[in-house]
Design a binder for this molecule. Structure first.
Ligand code: SF4
Ligand code: SF4
Length: 67
């Protein structure tokens, strides 16, 4: 099963990964990182198909997908 890993420290909460995920795996969280952004969290890990659209869309390379 694929695993989505978010580097919460560098996420700027731009939501591009959320908009590009076809499976609704990601969402903005309630916690904020040291820069004050409500960084993205994985809300539906089991639905991930490892397409990497989120990782490609992220301008800050904050997402890694492990197969
Ligand atoms: S790899 Fe694809 S399905 Fe998985 S979280 Fe990223 S965009 Fe969504
Ligand atoms: S695309 Fe990257 S920086 Fe933007 S919300 Fe997603 S993980 Fe954060």
């Amino acid at each position: 099963m694929p695993k989505v890993e978010i580097n919460s420290k560098v996420c700027k909460a731009c939501e591009l990964c959320i908009l590009n995920c076809p499976k609704g795996v990601l969402a903005l969280g309630k916690e904020s990182n040291p820069s004050g952004y409500h960084y993205v969290t994985v809300v539906n890990q089991d639905a991930c198909i490892a397409c990497k659209m989120c990782a490609i869309a992220c301008p800050d390379a904050a997402i890694e997908i492990y197969k």
